[in-house]
Design a protein around this ligand. Sequence first.
Ligand code: AMP
Length: 413
Amino acid sequence: MSAKIQAPRGTYDVLPHLADERARLETAAAKIFARAGYGRIETPTFEATQLFARTVGEATDVVQKEMYTFEDGSGDSMTLRPEGTAPAVRAYLEHGKARDPQPVKFWYLSQFFRYERPQAGRFRQFWQIGAEAIGSADPAVDAEVILLLAELLEAIGARDVKLVLATLGQPESRAAYREELKAYLRAHEDQLSREVVERIDLNPLRAFDAKHESTQRVMANAPRLIDRLPQEDLDHFAEVQDLLRAADLAYEVDTTLVRGLDYYTRTLFEFQSGALEAAQNTLGGGGRYDGLAEAIGGPPTPGMGWAAGVERMLMASTQTPPVEPPVDIFVAYHPGHKLAAFKLASDARRAGHSTRLELAGRSVKGQLKQASRIRPRYVAIFGDEGVQLRDRDGGEDKLVAPETVMHHIRGTL
Ligand code: AMP
């Protein structure tokens, strides 16, 4: 026997019982987005590598070590999408959406790919639901977009959810702050973890995320970005908070919040769930990305969005067991009557009835055992004398001619 081939590490199969709960999540999302005027988009599974390198950021873990990148037949570098915002903005620019009334509002439900260490709630191929509102810098966009994710998490019954907010300001103030933070980190190098020291130049903000104890002590006194932001950024942030309060959405401000993608400006947020393990407790998050369109060759275009992990949302919510849809007709047959039975099953399905037919060559006894498990409204048993028609909801079995079965059940289902 050949070696057994299995699904790649960090991937999983969505079997029918899991597909049901996903379908419910999708239905809930579609309703919420439709009410707010967001239209669904689907972009290609792979894009030019540059799209992500220039937006997600060369120094991020995603671009440095997590992308599935390959050269295609023409020698062009392609990457399986690790996230959905850069593709959405690319599509907005490519289709001239700047000419539509702004903001243009998209949502998506798609698969994404990151070469990460597989663990609970962390996969190499995973699903995200996301929303993007492109073309307006109004703080009301930030608040609306955040509310949509709050609504979705509530609709699916996500447990123990907390919204955390932060603001990053603009690239200029961030760059100046970055230099200040780097200098602070260098001055305390001897107390920092090796990993943090190695990344001082590449990604100093990540030091706030470190689990290492003495690093955490150093970071407690580190300069904070929020104390270095210009007034207009602080005003924007204050208005976002006013709007969220007006909509009765509770939140916490955490000035050290960082996310793994470089394109964020101003508002940044995350929804976390206490029902998940701390290392993977973020259900979803996002923020503003006012510089993203320019990074991929477009005109200055503000934008705001989020992505939430489907697997984590399902893990954090209480699932009601799926209800099996009722079956209208079960078609059984004695040997020699397979063709007529098959014909009835296909006629009944064409007429819109949920129908099951014996497909594994069971004895009549076996077939009826199946039927009693499924509990259909009708059982039609094809035999030499005709069709024995049994109605779960009424009286004695009837013996009818094969071509009249549809006539007998018409109007009752
Ligand atoms: P990000 O695109 O990194 O901002 O992630 C947004 C959300 O997508 C996270 O909060 C997770 O719920 C989910 N997510 C990101 N990466 C993974 C992964 N490797 N496996 C499963 N879910 C993920």
